[in-house]
Design a protein around this ligand. Structure first.
Ligand code: NDP
Length: 433
């Protein structure tokens, strides 16, 4: 608490995890207390704060605040994305880095937890401005990362274009060609399926969850928030698996399309034109645009929050339950508030937290690291099949972990416990540090 006086998001993430670890800690209290395992787990190995100065198209020098938090490398090199959004601060980066430790452990792959970002807003910037920012950002960041040390990736505001400029600058500075970033373009070391991985992975996990409860996605109504990388591919895979997705949203408003979202049109508006959702509605007669927050008011079987943290509140949870929602799975990181999560779970909704449900992105990032190390590229089918297996295994592991402690179908507890046990065992084996 001394170190984090105002860090609301970080405290929220820690509270959620520590709350569910109680049964595990109680079984082995003396050992964990003696080793200060929770103190060490909640204190990052390293927090790097730095200035990024760059020149805009008007010749004006701009200054932004950047962060890289290297949280825990007990099971592998630090791994986690770089967020570019005006809201970025140390609390947000620490919450994301902390969550990443458990998520990465759940993938079953050798990756530790970290996260970074900057309060730079890529919206409305020219390509040259983005490049100038990325080059300046990497000039400092390059001192702390490396293919076997810390491997950043994309996140909100950091897509293929930004990763390209960041990679170019790293290569220029270090003179080495190594897999220091994931989410790279296919021409220079990127992996097939990485773009689709988080959204597809989310649906593979939901598919497994429903099968396990004698249900299926076929014929189900699904609501999705967001219209970015995660949301687009979640919508696409949900529709491929036979569901109808009727909403999407961005930071200004949301779309209701009872005929089912037209993914190709959404991709054109968001990925190609980088435009507002009003452009989608202008070209799609069956759809309607609403200002502000509202996706969760639509009647649905399955809700998939895929935009950002704290976007599904208690009032939304009540509305979803009243409308008979069956499952909620988080595509974004911590989109559901603690009160909303509790309400959904208490009302029998199958709830899967982001650290399990959206782990497909980082899983394929780790597969990108493997491909870079062996200097090979796998086919789409091979990689997609691996992603599917990983998501199915994650579901089975979190289910099993919850069951072992007597909390059947509490996937929040299951995910935290399964992730924690692996990391804690590695920390114990490596001695006190
Ligand atoms: P994108 O930048 O591609 O898309 C984010 C979407 O959410 C956009 O539609 C954006 O709207 C909306 N959004 C962003 N911030 C806000 C806000 N403050 N209020 C309302 N809407 C907002 O990001 P991603 O799709 O990559 O990431 C979405 C979430 O998924 C994040 O929580 C991220 O950490 C998480 N995640 C992403 C992974 C990935 O592989 N990309 C992996 C695992 C988790 P607008 O277009 O108006 O900005």
């Amino acid at each position: 608490a001394k170190q984090n006086p105002e860090q609301a998001e970080f405290k929220q993430a820690v509270e959620e995890v520590l709350g569910s670890l109680r049964p595990v800690i109680e079984r082995d209290e003396e050992k964990y207390r003696k080793q200060a395992i929770l103190e060490r787990l909640t204190t990052p190995d390293r927090q790097i704060l730095f200035r990024v100065a760059w020149v805009d198209d008007a010749g004006q020098t701009q200054v932004n605040n950047a962060y890289r938090v290297q949280f825990n490398n007990a099971i592998g090199p630090y791994k986690g994305g770089l967020r570019l959004h005006p809201s970025v601060d140390l609390s947000i980066i620490k919450f994301l880095g902390f969550e990443q430790i458990f998520k990465n452990a759940l993938t079953g792959l050798p990756i530790g937890g970290g996260k970074g970002g900057c309060d730079f807003d890529p919206k409305g910037k020219s390509d040259r401005e983005i490049m100038a920012f990325c080059q300046s950002f990497m000039t400092e960041l390059a001192k702390y990362i490396g293919a076997d040390m810390d491997v950043p990736a994309g996140d909100i505001g950091t897509g293929a274009r930004e990763i390209g400029y960041l990679f170019g600058q790293y290569k220029r500075l270090k003179g080495v060609y190594e897999g220091v970033l994931t989410g790279k373009g296919l021409e220079y070391g990127g992996s097939l399926v990485r773009t689709e991985a988080t959204g597809y992975g989310l649906l593979y996990l939901v598919d497994e969850l429903l099968k396990d409860h004698a249900q299926s996605l076929r014929g189900k109504t699904v609501t999705v928030s967001g219209a970015g990388n995660v949301a687009i591919y979640a919508i696409k895979k949900a529709q491929e698996l036979g569901a109808k997705v009727v909403t999407c949203s961005d930071s200004t408003g949301w779309v209701y399309d009872p005929a089912g979202i037209d993914v190709a049109l959404l991709q054109e508006v968001k990925e190609v034109k980088r435009a507002r959702l009003t452009e989608y509605v202008a070209k799609r007669a069956s759809s309607k645009y609403y200002e502000g927050h509202g996706v969760w008011s639509v009647k649905t079987d399955i809700a998939l929050p895929c935009a950002t943290q704290n976007e599904l509140h208690l009032a939304d949870a009540k509305q979803l339950v009243e409308n008979g929602v069956l499952a909620v799975a988080e595509g974004a990181n911590m989109p559901t508030t603690l009160e909303a999560t509790k309400y959904l779970q208490e009302h029998g909704v199958l709830f899967v937290p982001g650290k399990a449900a959206n782990a497909g992105g980082v899983a394929v990032s780790a597969l990108e690291m493997s491909q870079n190390s062996e200097r090979l590229s796998w086919t789409f089918e091979q990689t997609d099949e691996k992603l599917k297996e990983i998501m199915q295994k994650i579901y089975q592991n979190i289910k099993q972990a919850a069951k072992e402690y007597g909390f059947e179908d509490d996937f929040v507890l299951g995910a935290n416990i399964a992730g924690f046990k692996k990391v804690a065992a590695a920390m114990e084996a490596q001695g006190i540090y």
